[in-house]
Design a protein around this ligand. Structure first.
Ligand SMILES: Cc1ncc(COP(=O)(O)O)c(C=O)c1O
Length: 447
């Protein structure tokens, strides 16, 4: 595989090359690029680059485009709002789209209790705010999070994020009072057990954790991605969250569901929490909320959300009216086009096709996820589970050359991540399976 490691990313055409030179001169390397492409336009599931190449977009701008590229009714809502006013700052003069979107979020998030919502600009900012609210309400400071979690790149969010390279290296000191426990990663079970004969030790371990690592009386909240995204598309078994939530309830610890990636139908239900029937105290969302305009939401039980005093929460741009108008239009599209159900149907077809590919291609160790939030874990050996990291990078490159955009995730960068717009059809997913099969055949032949 060494020749694959040496593989240089091919830059597709003269216009991209010109822009890449300008990018390298003007922009530091820290803000990374997983492809050398510059987008010219996008429509539905298809992205076109500045050299006229067209790609089937399984990356969706990191899971942002549940309603596809530039959905017409959302574009119209953005235009109409921008013609009236673009900004007012919610703290100076309030705007109606903010209030209406808050009402919708309160209605559609899990739990029949009274809720309140406020808005910020990004997933990381939503994480920061959820933790602020939880600490203020409980008057406790500790937060429990998970191995392989990803919660963003600001100081607190980065501290909650697990992966060291590239997210944390040399960016310390990190925020205090963060306690990390292993997650329910069945394929690489931290307890070396096999489901279902494992007694869900990963869940009941929380009681041990409170004896050995942190006093539950000091814990404000447990924060979790219901289906772990950047950590490798990990979907815990059915018993897991009810166990965790019950333990949290016993110690008056709040549960924060980070649905930044998994929300808005991505996993085949509006919220991933619904797969386990759990009702978090605070749910944060972002990514697909406004079809690509920067926006995030923090929704929670009314009494919790009202704890911080007036003036203690907010920011200049949070809940921008154009983004909120886009958010309202996105929710209409999701509902009218039945996109969560579509994600479930197309996702089942996709998962079955990938599992049958797994039978033929030994590099595929595991295929998992739900709806159109699927991961393919590549391993060199199905017994030792040695991560096939270089092979995964190779597959992503070869797929791009065949007009399919994907990426890698997971602690070992060996999980192919598939989170396309929910407007994808079975034909679109079949195309990926065919092309992946061809790339894996080529890889096998080259060894
Ligand atoms: C689960 C989760 N939380 C938080 C974030 C951070 O969001 P943002 O990049 O908008 O700050 C992400 C981003 O990928 C995420 O996947």
């Amino acid at each position: 595989m060494t020749k694959h490691i040496a593989l240089k990313t091919a830059i597709p055409g003269p216009r991209s090359q010109e822009l890449m030179r300008a990018r390298q001169a003007a922009v530091p390397r820290g803000p990374y690029n997983i492809t050398p492409l510059f987008i010219a336009r996008g429509e539905g599931a298809v992205l076109e680059d500045v050299d006229g190449n067209r790609y089937l977009d399984f990356a969706g701008g990191i899971g942002v485009l549940n309603t596809g590229h530039a959905p017409k009714s959302v574009v119209r809502a953005i235009q109409q709002q921008a013609e009236k006013y673009i900004h007012s700052c919610f703290h100076v003069t309030m705007n109606e789209p903010y209030i209406r979107l808050a009402e919708v979020m309160n209605r559609i998030t899990p739990g029949s209790f009274q809720k309140k919502t406020f808005f910020a600009n990004s997933g990381a900012e939503a994480v920061e705010n959820a933790v602020k609210v939880a600490r203020n309400f409980t008057r406790r400071s500790a937060i429990v999070c998970f191995e392989d979690a990803f919660h963003g790149r600001t100081l607190l969010a980065m501290s909650l994020t697990s992966k060291v390279h590239p997210y944390k290296d040399h960016f310390g000191p990190y925020a205090a009072e963060i306690h990390r426990m292993p997650f329910s990663y069945c394929y690489r079970c931290p307890w070396g057990k096999r489901y279902p004969g494992c007694n869900i030790e990963c869940g009941t371990f929380l009681e041990d954790f409170f004896k050995r690592y942190v006093d539950p009386a000091s814990v404000a909240a447990l924060i979790v991605e219901p289906v772990m995204g950047e950590g490798g598309f990990i979907m815990p078994p059915q018993e897991y969250y009810p166990i965790l939530v019950n333990i949290c309830r016993k110690y008056d610890i709040l549960v924060i569901a980070d649905e930044v990636q998994t929300g808005f139908g991505r996993t085949g239900k509006m919220w991933a929490c619904e797969h386990w029937g759990i009702e978090p105290d605070i749910l944060i969302a972002s990514k697909s909320i406004a079809a690509g305009l920067p926006l995030s939401s923090i929704t929670g039980r009314a009494e919790i959300m009202d704890a911080p005093m007036e003036g203690s929460l907010g920011g200049t741009f949070g809940g921008n009216p154009v983004a909120c108008a886009a958010g309202l239009a996105v929710l209409d599209v999701l509902e009218e086009d039945g996109l969560p159900a579509r994600a479930r149907r197309v996702g089942e077809h996709f998962l079955a096709a990938l599992r049958s590919l797994q039978d033929r291609r030994p590099l595929i160790g595991d295929v998992r996820g739900s709806g159109l939030f699927l991961g393919i874990e590549l391993v060199r050996d199905r017994t030792t589970l040695e991560p096939a990291t270089d092979e995964a990078a190779y597959v992503v490159e070869r797929l791009r050359e065949r007009g399919v955009l994907t990426g890698t995730d997971g602690p070992f960068h060996n999980v192919l991540k598939l989170r396309p717009p929910l407007v994808f059809s079975e034909d679109d997913t079949d195309l990926l399976v065919d092309r992946l099969d061809a790339v894996l055949a080529e890889d096998a032949a080259s060894r």
